[in-house]
Design a protein around this ligand. Structure first.
Ligand code: NI
Length: 196
């Protein structure tokens, strides 16, 4: 396989591992304490957005929101998800202001606020790109059960394998379910409107 094909397979494998961890966590917690324990996914955080401003869970209070983890050097999975999220926001029109959409980097070393700002200029301006100190980012990844791993490339650089779930959180910051972007933007938008 070409390096690109291998990367795609690895990214998919990472996704499956993430999904399996996520589902087993949900089942374990759900079995023991009832469905509300699934809300253990997510939680308070403090990061920096692409304009250099502090961004915390309070910025999302009162709005259903989509949370996606990735990195700006990602060749395919992240730009596709961000494009799809932008289409959903576009489809919501002005109501897009009533949801939150955040892209949290798993590669804070390279993804500074300036890099995030440049990268996100290709997408809906309402998308917030969040980065921070590696420890702060690692804590958020842990809270969302995100898997990510640095993988060296032949040219001495590196890429990141990472969980590619889009998390749907309600307006109280409780996890609802993974959000399906593989449908018409209007359908996805109607789905989100239920959580206004
Ligand atoms: Ni990616």
């Amino acid at each position: 396989m070409s390096p690109k094909a291998i990367r795609i397979v690895l990214a998919f494998a990472a996704f499956l591992v993430g999904l399996a961890l996520f589902l087993s966590a949900a089942l374990l917690l759900g079995g023991r304490n009832g469905p509300q324990a699934v809300a253990a996914i997510g939680g308070p955080f403090s990061l920096t957005d692409q304009d250099g401003r502090t961004f915390t869970q309070d910025n999302l209070k009162g709005k259903p929101h989509l949370v996606f983890f990735g990195f700006t050097h990602c060749p395919d999975v992240c730009p596709t998800a961000l494009f799809d999220m932008s289409e959903v926001l576009r489809s919501l029109g002005k109501d897009g202001d009533r949801i939150g959409a955040v892209f949290i980097t798993v590669d804070p070393e390279r993804d500074t606020p300036a890099v995030m700002k440049d990268y996100l200029s290709s997408f809906d301006p309402r998308l917030r790109g969040l980065t921070g100190e590696p420890a702060a980012v690692a804590a958020v990844e842990k809270a969302y059960r995100v898997y990510s791993k640095k993988v060296p490339t032949q040219d001495g650089d590196y890429t990141m394998d990472h969980t590619a779930i889009v998390y749907l959180m309600d307006k109280n910051g409780q996890f609802v379910r993974p959000f399906d972007l593989k449908r018409r933007p209007e359908e996805a938008a109607a789905d989100l409107r239920q959580y206004f």
